[in-house]
Design a protein around this ligand. Structure first.
Ligand code: FES
Ligand SMILES: [Fe+2]
Length: 415
């Protein structure tokens, strides 16, 4: 694909701004406020991060059988993922090679071939152009060279990832120890999960503000009184990754079984692999840049923060459970869905206020409290990537409050 003619840009942040974020967190400042507002920085993130890194775009269940497909908008790029007759999931730009029309309409469906709605060029499910009327005497036109433009697609744990950069490292390599961590921590991946519910939000804030909000519970006593009763805000442990992710866990309070309106599971079974220790914890992760995963005793919640504009983000929140639990008669996760809808709305109210305040000329960059090492962990993943100097800043973790399976205590330099 001839898609990479541009020289790599320079860092959009100054050396001083980068150094201030990359200090140990008690001495660090937050990302400069303009990173939440500046259209040039938004364009940099789109080009350098969302178009060059592996981005989760859905679940394998979204195209389960040969001929099923789903379309997506990857920060403005129209794509389609389709399962071929060989059962392999592939992704393409959803762009006809004739005059650029979107070949597929709608969010999802089933087809036997792609037929462009404009002049009816036909592509098979592997993207090959198989019919183009009145092109037979056109000079330098070879149909095999005019297939749908492919996009790299790989999966992990049922999650579908795409990467627009043909030269990117394979997904497992680029995840660092994400895969090993989950294999060790949960003795499983997430491929047996199925989506039980979806919540969507149009948030008037920058996508990184959404991610930072998710990364701390300093705000929980005031903003989430119910959540704070289930998982007290000041208890928890951060992991020490060597990959492009951050994470940790918080203990459930005595008598609480999960995150839901009444803190109870009402007979919902534990997700597979969750032992007694896991059933007393909520695990929180962000896989760079925008896949947010929380592992609960009986369900896995994901949030994805999709940048729309510097000050606008679409958040998609999915609740996943084991496929066999979902199939049981009377299975009900409404108490958990209601809990997260309440919690999400509480969060998005304050992040919208933060978006407005950080636009003020009076505000340059804030400071972290000692409850926000995990916000810093997200911000240095951003700062390291703004810097474009190949350096990976070491992180500091929140201190241990309980025994943990993960005993590695050394500072880690994530990739
Ligand atoms: S634009 Fe697709 S066939 Fe003409
Ligand atoms: Fe929150």
């Amino acid at each position: 694909m001839a898609m990479d003619p541009q020289p790599r840009p320079r860092s959009p942040l100054t050396a001083e701004e980068l150094a201030a974020v990359r200090r140990p967190f008690r001495g660090a400042t937050l990302l400069p406020a303009r990173t939440y507002h500046d259209p040039a920085i938004f364009a940099f993130e789109r080009e350098e991060w969302f178009f060059r890194e592996w981005i989760c775009v859905g679940r394998e269940e979204d195209a389960p059988d040969p001929g099923t497909y789903f379309t997506l908008d990857l920060v403005g790029e129209p794509l389609v993922a389709v399962r071929g007759p060989d059962d392999r999931l592939r992704a393409f730009y959803n762009v006809c090679r004739h005059r650029g029309t979107a070949v597929v309409e709608g969010d999802a469906g089933r087809l036997v071939r792609f037929q462009c709605p404009y002049h009816a060029w036909v592509y098979d499910l592997e993207g090959t152009l198989v019919r183009a009327r009145h092109m037979e005497d056109i000079e330098d036109f070879a149909p095999p060279e005019f297939g749908l433009t492919p996009v790299r697609l790989e999966t992990w744990g049922g999650f579908v990832f795409v990467n627009l950069d043909a030269n990117a490292r394979p997904l497992p390599e680029s995840m660092g120890d994400w895969h090993d961590h989950h294999a060790r921590q949960f003795r499983r991946d997430f491929s047996t999960l199925r989506r039980a519910a979806r919540l969507e939000y149009d948030v008037a804030a920058n996508w990184k503000i959404v991610a930072e909000n998710y990364s701390e519970c300093y705000h929980c006593p005031g903003i989430h009184p119910l959540l704070n009763r289930l998982t007290p805000y000041d208890l928890g442990v951060d992991f020490e990754p060597t990959g492009p992710w951050k994470g940790g866990w918080m203990p459930l309070a005595a008598g609480c079984e999960t995150m839901s309106m009444d803190g109870l599971r009402h007979g919902r079974p534990a997700i597979s692999g969750a032992d007694e220790v896991d059933q007393g914890r909520i695990y929180y992760y962000i896989l760079w840049p925008n896949l947010i995963v929380s592992v609960h005793p009986d369900y896995v919640l994901t949030h994805q923060a999709w940048p729309i504009a510097p000050d606008r983000t679409r958040v998609v929140c999915d609740l996943h459970v084991e496929a066999d639990a979902l199939a049981r008669p009377g299975f009900d996760v409404s108490g958990a869905v209601e809990f997260w809808d309440l919690t999400n709305r509480q969060d998005y109210h304050v992040v919208e206020l933060q978006q407005r305040g950080t636009a003020s000329r009076s505000f340059l960059a804030g400071r972290y409290s000692n409850q926000e090492a995990s916000v810093h962990a997200f911000d240095i993943m951003a700062a390291d990537r703004y810097a474009m100097d190949g350096r990976r800043t070491a992180r500091e973790q929140r201190t241990v409050v309980e025994n943990t399976r993960t005993t590695n205590r050394k500072a880690a330099a994530p990739s």
